[in-house]
Design a binder for this molecule. Structure first.
Ligand code: 3PG
Ligand code: MG
Length: 403
């Protein structure tokens, strides 16, 4: 088990500088923050620390900024964390929140020297230094020199062996997990190792490749798997159904065929579809069974949606894990299946089953359906990290806390 902030004596934090890795990799459009769940989910840890008199120094990456030429500095301001610092200060009303325009060096140090107990400082995007991603030891030393204690509350970036997640914590005697990281590890371990039965898996979205590792682990444990989204067409093709011009992941058709052979009694595929000639075509229709040539499936059909909903809502116990939307939910006329699943997930939660959703687009889909974060047992915001954890892959950022 990982040690977390709450396992340590309060004196470890009193007046201490606590370097905390968070994942503030949010979507930014013209400096406007989209979904801010990743910011809000770090509040329990930040407040835990500030209430104990810590000076909380937050570090994060944002996006994947790259240099324009091999040796030029990385300075693309559209990746600046400044708007995030602003949002954080609006959320943390009682704490003073400041921002340092560089994550290391004199600029960072000066801001830290000015901090009082209970203050929060956000450092500028770690990836403005290419040494972050290469886990450069000199860069790790510079980060480590800023503080006394290290905390990781960034589950969603813990699959990366970067300076802030791996090399830097190594240099601290005291390195622990944050409260949200702990909750994430507990829920995902439950699903991976010992899901409360009956265990229903809802798989949608586009990319099969990223999910294979997780599915290898989860398929044997699941009682039923409801497949939707673009993923469904590859399964249907493997099953011999005509899928018209719907997208197929031919590269993984073999894997899907084998999975179907092995788990045919558990895997449930759509029986009808919302189809159209193109996503922007005004004419949309509902077909049962085979999808005619020239047509593309964009959502699960009404019968499928009802069948899936019945399965999910019938449960008053057990676990349901949903990863990936059922269709192109960004467009209203292809959002019905996804909306139904989201609402039924909420119903299952209220009736007493454990419900988990994974992935940023699934959270967005759920919210668009009018279901709030409070109507699901756990929101896992890691995309790649969640799937890798479920696959049983190593998680350097978590493993280093246990060493
Ligand atoms: C994510 O959004 O999945 C994490 O923040 C990690 O980002 P990365 O894939 O750019 O490392
Ligand atoms: Mg990612």
């Amino acid at each position: 088990m990982i040690q977390t902030v709450s396992d340590l004596n309060d004196l470890k934090f009193y007046g201490k500088k606590v370097l905390t890795r968070v994942d503030f990799n949010v979507t930014l459009n013209d400096n406007i923050i989209g979904e801010d769940y990743r910011i809000r989910m770090t509040i329990p840890t930040i407040e835990y620390l500030t209430k104990r008199g810590a000076k909380v120094i937050l570090m994060s990456h944002l996006g994947r900024p790259r240099p324009t030429t091999t040796n030029s500095p990385i300075t693309d301001r559209k990746y600046s964390l400044a708007p995030v610092a602003k949002r954080l200060s609006e959320i943390l009303l009682v704490n003073k929140v400041t921002f340092a325009t560089n994550c290391i060096g004199q600029i960072a140090q000066k801001k830290i020297d000015d901090m009082n107990m209970g203050d929060v400082l956000l450092l500028e995007n770690l990836r403005f230094h290419r040494e972050e991603e290469t886990n450069n030891s000199e860069f790790c030393k510079q980060l480590a020199s800023l503080a006394d204690v290290y905390v990781n509350d960034a589950f969603s970036t813990s699959h990366r062996k970067h300076a802030s997640t791996y090399g830097t914590p190594k240099l601290f005697d005291t390195r622990v997990g944050g409260l949200t990281l702990k909750k994430e590890v507990e829920y995902l371990s439950m699903i991976r190792d010992n899901p409360t039965k009956p265990f229903t898996l809802i798989v949608g979205g586009v990319k099969i490749k990223d999910k294979i590792g997780a599915l290898e682990n989860l398929l044997p444990k699941a009682d039923s798997i409801l497949v939707g989204g673009a993923t469904a067409y590859t399964f249907l093709k493997a099953n011999g159904t005509n899928i018209g011009n719907s997208p197929v992941d031919d590269e993984h058709l073999n894997w899907v065929t084998n999975a179907l052979l092995k788990y045919r009694n558990k895997i449930i595929l759509p029986t009808d579809h919302i189809v159209s000639r193109a996503q922007d075509s005004p004419s949309v229709s509902l077909v049962k069974g085979d999808i005619p040539d020239g047509m593309i499936g964009f959502d699960i059909g009404i019968e499928t949606s009802q069948q899936y909903s019945n399965q999910i809502a019938a449960k008053r116990s057990g676990t349901t894990f949903w990863n990936g939307p059922m269709g192109l939910f960004e467009l209203k006329h292809f959002a019905n299946g996804t909306n139904d699943i989201a609402k039924t997930m909420a119903l299952a939660y209220w009736r007493g089953s454990k419900t988990l959703i994974g992935g940023g687009d699934t959270l967005e889909a759920m919210k668009r359906a009018g279901v709030s974060e409070g109507e699901v047992s756990h929101v896992s915001i890691g995309g790649g990290a969640t799937l890798r954890f479920l696959a049983g892959d190593e998680m350097p950022g978590i493993d280093i806390l246990q060493e």
